[in-house]
Design a protein around this ligand. Structure first.
Ligand SMILES: OC[C@H]1O[C@H](O[C@H]2[C@H](O)[C@@H](O)[C@@H](O[C@H]3[C@H](O)[C@@H](O)[C@@H](O)O[C@@H]3CO)O[C@@H]2CO)[C@H](O)[C@@H](O)[C@@H]1O
Length: 752
């Protein structure tokens, strides 16, 4: 009835074929087809080899039962439907009405609807929980104001997490065609997902909780590698800072006003006639000198690079692309020309390795001149004046020597472009961590680039929208995300800017960006109050840098988001399941932004336990809602009992001064635990063991504080040598010991 090879179990019935692969105790790949074809994975799947666990197969009367240590999978022999059960035989997820269906226009899979909540799906407008919604995935440059009903945005993450009181699992549909997910809108009995082409190839990922699902999902699709430290700093952008004197003036003002900033962005106007890899000689007369001066002030520079290559035979990039046949072709095999922002352009076919190499090399001169990072925009790819806002679906790409139509390549185009850019950096500066920022993406993008959420507006609604959006992006494997702070289009105003910066310093990627013709959006453009409050919060971001870097370390190890929905940390507390306007900045800090005008208070939900107001130290009993004060200069922040925050002295830019000491802030509680990672923040030497990993924990009982500072790994000897402990909200400490030795409260520190 079934065939088993070393790697898969194959079952056939009435023209349908199901292939099942056990890839882990909790990871199953299901591939259903109505023809004899080979399974195709997209670029999203990074893993090539698996530690296949022990599992058993029994051929029963009606079904085939596969059992791992954690899961049972039942394949119905009659209709090839699949059920996933836990070890006790409780259903976690099961196909509905035969599961996979194939018709003229699409492939789809029906599932019985037993979930209370759905999360993930990456960059989508609307609430955190997507139950009852219908979503589509087709990377789109959507310039109209995004609102709750905006269906298509720039990125496509075909991954979701299903959850009820009993089980949590994830499903990754590995299909790059335009796809759809009806999570209970059509029916309350079933949900379904599928795509307008390609295969029904999905990965079922079981987990104890959301954390484990995200960990297992990123085991498949890869995790972010450690970014250079400077990209965690404050970044300033505008469409466009031009001419070069204006760039230098902005940089100088940051330093004069003592507002930390690490990066300045150059938008499209730095180029000659919007031709990528050129400089406008009129406005950037001596870009090398400008870059040198910025370096001296501690600034890094990121330039925009769009995929569209302007059509002009006198332009070397276009000429080479044409001569080598590197551009995407139309259905007749002729180089495709599209109307882009602005002008007409051809699009490199990044699916081809040779084209990626060529493109990567185009960055060499830029990087050698002192450009530190690359910002890939318009890479959906966006084409103007077409109904689909992109190139025709029957345009031709080449992948591994095979023709691939654009309808299949579209959603993954940006990942291949980001890969080309990242690989270029790695060839040019092999021991420096690259930085690529992207607007478009498909699942798995975390391996190549950070992302920002495109053209938002200067509206309170968009300040709110960034929260569930970045949280769901994080749950979809991409921890490094942010929104244009202050809003891109429209004039921002003082109060909105203040509220936005207060919230944004706790988002993983912090960049102010604004459109041409809008009011200036530097922190000082809104008057003294905004300037002072921005300084306070940006400094706080720099103070918390070791804490933030530790979150990136965890993301690189486990795939955990940095900006986490409360449900990620407190899944058992059902009050957290739908919260979209508060978030956890790592495990330690609960952030509740104010996103309404003229409001000086907001409601905050605190999960179980005791929480301390970060500003006043006041304690609050959790599992309760509170109305808390939030005057304009205050964003409500809470630390959980036993929480630990790691801080450093703020600097004007990262690496300005050598760090002499770090502060470990211990919040009142019986115990607490914290993992601290440290390396040079620049190179890949950490992959050779040049890093430190410390386990910091404490136990507090009857006035006695016992701190343990364990070196798990000590391979970086240029690290910080002194750690100073500060106790928050404790009023009765009688004795302190560090690693068993008594110390005084005033000089409570450890020297390494
Ligand atoms: O590099 C400049 C910016 O490019 C991006 O934003 C542009 C967006 O992608 C385009 O769609 C475009 O919007 C136009 C819109 O599509 C059209 O219907 C019409 O209403 O005019 C609009 C332009 O005024 O322009 C955007 C730039 O304004 C990118 O997302 C930004 O971050 C870049 O700064």
């Amino acid at each position: 009835m079934y065939q088993k090879t070393s790697e898969k179990i194959v079952v056939r019935n009435e023209g349908k074929k199901l292939e099942l692969r056990v890839l882990g105790d909790k990871i199953i790949n299901v591939f259903v087809s109505n023809k004899e074809e080979k399974r195709k994975d997209t670029i999203a799947i990074e893993r090539k080899e698996y530690d296949i666990p022990e599992f058993s197969i029994s051929d029963e009367l009606e079904s085939i039962l596969i059992e791992t240590n954690s899961l049972k999978v039942k394949i119905n022999k009659n209709d090839l439907s699949v059920s996933f059960l836990d070890k006790n035989g409780n259903i976690i997820n099961e196909d509905y009405n035969g599961g996979a269906k194939f018709n003229e226009t699409d492939v789809r899979c029906y599932k019985k609807l037993r979930e209370d909540h759905f999360y993930g799906f990456g960059e989508k407008a609307g609430y955190l929980d997507k139950k009852g919604e219908r979503l589509e995935m087709w990377n789109t440059d959507e310039f109209m104001t995004h609102n709750q009903t905006t269906k298509l945005l720039y990125e496509s993450y075909t991954f979701f997490i299903g959850m009820n009181d009993y089980h949590t699992y994830g499903i990754f549909l590995d299909n790059s065609f335009r796809s759809f997910f009806d999570m209970g809108q059509e029916s309350q009995e079933y949900y379904f997902f599928g795509a307008y082409g390609g295969q029904m190839n999905y990965y079922f990922i079981y987990g104890e909780d959301i954390k484990e699902v995200v960990e297992n999902y990123t085991y498949l699709t890869g995790r972010i590698s450690l970014p250079p430290l400077w990209v965690l700093g404050n970044q300033q952008s505008r469409y466009s800072y031009t001419p070069q004197e204006r760039v230098l003036e902005v940089a100088k003002t940051f330093r004069e006003k003592d507002i930390p900033c690490d990066v300045i962005y150059l938008d499209i106007d730095y180029m000659e006639g919007y031709r990528v890899f050129t400089w406008n000689k009129e406005t950037f007369k001596n870009h090398k000198e400008m870059l040198k001066q910025l370096k001296e002030k501690g600034f890094k520079v990121v330039t925009i690079v769009d995929p569209g290559v302007k059509r002009d035979y006198d332009y070397h990039v276009y000429r080479e692309g044409i001569e080598k046949g590197y551009f995407v072709k139309d259905k007749y095999g002729i180089t495709y020309v599209g109307k882009v922002w602005p002008g007409e352009a051809c699009f490199p076919d990044f699916l081809q390795e040779e084209v990626r190499y060529w493109w990567g090399e185009k960055h060499r001169e830029f990087i050698n001149d002192g450009i530190d990072g690359i910002w890939n925009d318009m890479n959906e790819p966006a084409v103007f004046e077409t109904p689909t806002k992109t190139m025709p679906e029957d345009n031709i790409h080449i992948l591994d020597g095979e023709k691939v139509l654009h309808k299949e390549a579209h959603n993954v185009y940006a990942n291949y472009m980001a890969m080309a850019t990242r690989d270029g950096f790695l060839r040019i500066r092999p021991n420096e961590r690259p930085f690529v920022l992207t607007r478009a993406a498909f699942s798995g993008i975390q391996r190549y680039a950070a992302m920002w959420t495109g053209d938002n507006r200067s509206l309170y609604e968009h300040l709110l929208m960034m929260m569930p959006m970045i949280m769901n992006i994080g749950l979809s494997g991409q921890p490094f995300a942010g929104a244009d702070v202050g809003g891109f289009e429209g004039d921002c105003h003082e109060e909105l800017f203040i509220r936005w910066i207060e919230a944004a310093v706790f988002t993983p990627f912090l960049r102010v960006h604004s459109a041409i013709g809008t009011k200036d959006q530097e922190p000082w453009s809104f008057g003294k109050r905004a300037e002072d409050i921005s300084r306070k919060y940006i400094k706080m971001r720099y103070e918390l840098l070791p804490y933030l870097y530790d979150l990136f370390y965890i993301a690189s190890q486990k795939g955990y988001p940095i900006m986490r929905p409360l449900v990620f940390e407190y899944q058992k507390d059902e009050n957290t399941h739908k919260i979209y306007d508060e978030f956890m900045f790592g495990e330690g800090l609960l952030v509740a932004p104010v996103y309404f005008p003229s409001k000086e208070r907001r409601e905050v939900y605190l999960p179980e336990g005791i929480w301390y107001d970060y500003w006043t130290g006041k304690g609050f009993k959790g599992k309760n809602y509170y109305l808390v004060d939030a005057p304009i200069e205050v964003i409500p922040l809470f630390v959980k009992e036993g929480g630990i925050l790691l801080k450093q002295q703020p600097q004007s830019f990262i690496g300005e001064k050598k760090l002499e000491e770090l502060t470990v802030e211990i919040y009142k509680g019986k115990e607490g635990h914290y993992l601290h990672y440290e390396d040079d923040g620049k190179s890949f030497d950490y992959t050779k063991g040049v890093y430190n990993l410390f386990d910091i924990s404490f136990c507090y009982k009857e006035g006695r504080m016992d701190i343990k500072f364990d070196k798990i790994h000590f391979g970086y000897d240029k690290g910080v040598k002194k750690y100073k402990f500060i106790f928050k909200n404790f009023d009765d400490i009688k004795e302190i010991k560090i690693n068993g030795e008594k110390v005084e409260k005033e000089s409570c520190e450890i020297e390494l």
